[in-house]
Design a protein around this ligand. Structure first.
Ligand code: SF4
Length: 298
């Protein structure tokens, strides 16, 4: 069994910076993170172990300092949080800020904002809560339900696959030929790199293991992408989720991971696979030896 890693995988700089900020702040003062800093249980458990609290709403925070996650928040939400007398620390990823500025500019210039992404995702809520009107579309069906506007300003949640985004933009153009459709590409570079590397990996492999949190959007997108080019794709959160029956001795096994998956978790997954590959190799040699004919020379 051969094991290869995707060229780009795992935690992005936006998430790493947010974790570093949380850990550094917690050394000096009690901290509550508003929402899940990352959609990864291993990281969240590590933060809780350092006494960093997590609350979904500012009203539930029991520390004076609260932190906004890398996914960002709307100006409205930031103001509401400050009005409660809370000290707000922003770990918003710079690439999410780029997306916030892009949507605000589109709305200012008279385009009807259309965000390609998940309506209930915290990042999309942060992008849209300050807008008077907007639409969120995730697939072809949502595009069919759009109402005609003279000008559409289309952009995406940073972790959406760029091919899908381009396909939906094209669909909007086809559906509304008389409308002006301006597209601003807000899919972040780390997502593009991981998606591109996942396609290359899936083409080369018999099995692909995608490591990432159960609620991580970009991990799910990696699973979907790999499944287009490889029939055996498995999503695991940690090494303990791996199953021996998924792998055969002559398989090429690829590893990729979402932008919220820490290196340690990827490393443990890879170690499990390498260990299992070594055991399979020994088994194969032993089986061969048992079946080899024995010649007696007199
Ligand atoms: S996935 Fe992209 S936008 Fe989101 S935190 Fe990472 S680098 Fe930033």
């Amino acid at each position: 069994m051969k094991i290869i890693r995707a060229e780009h995988l795992g935690m992005c700089f936006g998430v790493m910076d947010a974790i570093a900020l949380a850990l550094e702040t917690a050394k000096h003062e009690p901290l509550t993170i508003l929402g899940d800093l990352v959609h990864n249980e291993t990281v969240l458990a590590e933060l809780r172990a350092r006494d960093i609290r997590i609350a979904q709403q500012p009203g539930n925070a029991d520390t004076r300092t609260v932190m906004i996650t890398a996914h960002g928040a709307s100006e409205r939400r930031l103001a509401e949080t400050r009005e409660r007398g809370l000290n707000v620390l922003e770990a918003t990823c710079p690439l999410v800020r780029v997306a916030h500025r892009a949507v605000a500019k589109l709305a200012r210039e008279g385009f009807h904002p259309v965000i390609i992404g998940k309506r209930d995702h915290v990042e999309v809520r942060g992008m849209t809560e300050d807008l008077a009107e907007f639409d969120v579309v995730l697939d072809e069906r949502d595009v069919v339900n759009l109402r005609e506007r003279s000008r559409f300003g289309v952009m995406a949640q940073t972790t959406q696959p760029i091919e899908k985004v381009r396909r939906l933009v094209q669909l909007i153009r086809e559906r509304f030929p008389k409308s002006e459709v301006r597209f601003v590409d807000t899919v972040c570079q780390p997502t593009k790199q991981r998606q591109h590397a996942a396609v290359e990996l899936a083409h080369k492999c018999d099995v692909v293991v995608v490591i990432g949190g159960a609620h991580s959007n970009n991990t799910h997108e990696l699973v979907k992408t790999c499944s287009q080019f490889c029939a055996r794709v498995h999503h695991v959160q940690i090494a303990a989720d791996l199953r021996m029956e998924w792998f055969h001795a002559d398989d090429i096994v690829g590893i990729t991971a979402g932008t919220s998956t820490p290196d340690t978790v990827i490393g443990e997954g890879e170690l499990w696979l390498r260990d299992f590959a070594a055991r399979l190799a020994v088994q194969t040699i032993q089986t061969k030896e048992t079946h080899e004919p024995v010649f007696h020379v007199s």
